[in-house]
Write a protein that binds this ligand. Structure first.
Ligand code: ZN
Length: 429
């Protein structure tokens, strides 16, 4: 059925869904918007429907805030399995209350990952859309005492409120609304919430990829970009390398010449590694951590550097990886060991991604809102799904600032239209 605004109930409220006998005052039975023939100045039916949906979520704004608060107040740092499992259980209960089928993917060293399926009885239904996110945060236990979940004017603060507990709450409320409007979900939906995104997603990546492959599209509820809440249509790929240099220790006073200085060698390597940066290609190489030596009077035998690599295009991955692995010592008395690699492919703005963005922008337009898009340097699990060629749209979650920082917050006033956007995308993609 194409006449979408027919599907959401009769008259002006959502409390009487009736898909077969649409009584909506704006639609003919064929879905032709009658209003267009009445007055050219009247708003399009789609925008009237959009405003109605906005009003629906506006009325429920406090409920959305209280869901977010509940989740933020269960602290869940990636490195505490007990804590992350606690938030996982709470979230599972909420999705279960909505009628989702819960599947817990046990993880040994991290919190469990949570899959929720909303299947339709109709076996011929479309492929599910995958709603993707994580419930781990970067904040250690006890952060709430110094960074409480509080409402200050239009801001809601707290650890993980933006990244990304508001995203989880938006999933819940968008799904709840769709069920109410349609008398059941209009298409199958799979939700995947992982416990280790902030530490690289090693234990969840395979699950994310296998669910993405079965899905029509992936909507990632990570924080949006900037104060206008742009969605993310490109993310850089990320690599981590450890460059370890071994030299030879000696007494800096008595046996200086017998020593082989690993720090000196590493310093020369750092110059070389840093020269791999190619800003035009969006390729950056950052030596972020350096460790070496033991005492000032010892010629250091060991030094190492941790290197962060970002790539905008998958085709640059092999080249930079080869350069890193081809590092050879300047001083042949030194040994170099290189470990690591590219662990998240870039999310490139493919035609599939652009099409998803166009759908999102159309929903926003109906609300009189110009939804921007952004290409960002940071990675997310959306990189994995986009890397498989599955259309992926990221940054659909909360609007705010300060992710991973003491001033992390969301803007409460942005929640309703965000919910409209997410609900609309779940229906359309
Ligand atoms: Zn995140």
């Amino acid at each position: 059925m194409n006449h979408r605004w027919c599907q959401h109930g009769r008259n002006d409220s959502y409390d009487a869904p009736n898909r077969d006998n649409c009584g909506h005052n704006l639609c003919s039975r064929r879905g032709q918007p009658v209003v267009n023939s009445v007055s050219r100045k009247a708003p399009a039916p789609s925008s009237i429907e959009a405003q109605r949906r906005l009003a629906y979520f506006d009325e429920r704004r406090d409920e959305i805030v209280s869901t977010i608060r509940e989740l933020v107040e269960i602290e869940s740092p990636s490195d505490s399995k007990t804590a992350v499992d606690r938030v996982s259980d709470a979230v599972a209960q909420k999705f279960s209350d909505l009628g989702g089928k819960i599947r817990v993917h046990q993880a040994k060293d991290f919190g469990n990952h949570l899959q929720i399926d909303f299947d339709l009885h109709d076996k011929a239904a479309a492929k599910p859309v995958l709603l993707l996110g994580h419930y781990d945060t970067v904040y250690p236990l006890g952060t709430l005492t110094t960074m409480p979940c509080r409402t200050v004017d239009n801001k809601l603060t707290g650890p993980g409120v933006l990244d990304m507990k508001s995203g989880i709450a938006l999933m819940l409320h968008a799904l709840g609304a769709l069920k109410e409007w349609h008398g059941g979900l209009p298409r199958p939906v799979t939700v995947l919430l992982v416990s280790d995104e902030e530490v690289g997603s090693d234990s969840s990546r395979a699950i994310t990829e296998s669910l993405a492959k079965k899905s029509a599209a992936v909507l990632v509820l990570e924080p949006s970009y900037g104060p206008q809440g742009a969605v993310k249509t490109a993310r850089k790929g990320v690599g981590d390398y450890l460059v370890k240099v071994t030299g030879k220790a000696s007494h800096a006073g008595l046996d200086f010449q017998k020593g082989v200085n690993a720090i000196l060698e590493l310093a020369r390597q750092i110059e070389r590694i840093s020269s791999f940066t190619d800003l035009k290609k969006g390729l950056t190489v950052n030596v972020g951590i350096v460790i070496g030596g033991s005492r000032t009077n010892v010629v250091p035998a060991e030094a190492s550097a941790q290197v962060d690599v970002r790539i905008a295009r998958m085709k640059d991955a092999a080249g930079i990886d080869k350069k890193m692995r081809s590092l050879r010592p300047f001083n042949r008395k030194c040994k170099i060991e290189i470990t690591g690699g590219i662990n998240r492919p870039p999310m490139e703005r493919t035609a599939g991604v652009a099409a998803l963005y166009a759908q999102a922008a159309a929903i926003a337009r109906d609300l009189g809102w110009k939804l921007g898009e952004a290409a960002v340097g940071g990675g997310s699990d959306g990189n994995f799904t986009a890397g498989l060629g599955i259309p992926t749209l990221d940054g659909l979650g909360g609007v705010g600032d300060g992710a991973h920082a003491v001033h992390e917050h969301i803007l409460i006033s942005e929640l309703p239209r965000r919910a409209v956007l997410i609900a609309g995308l779940i229906e359309r993609v």
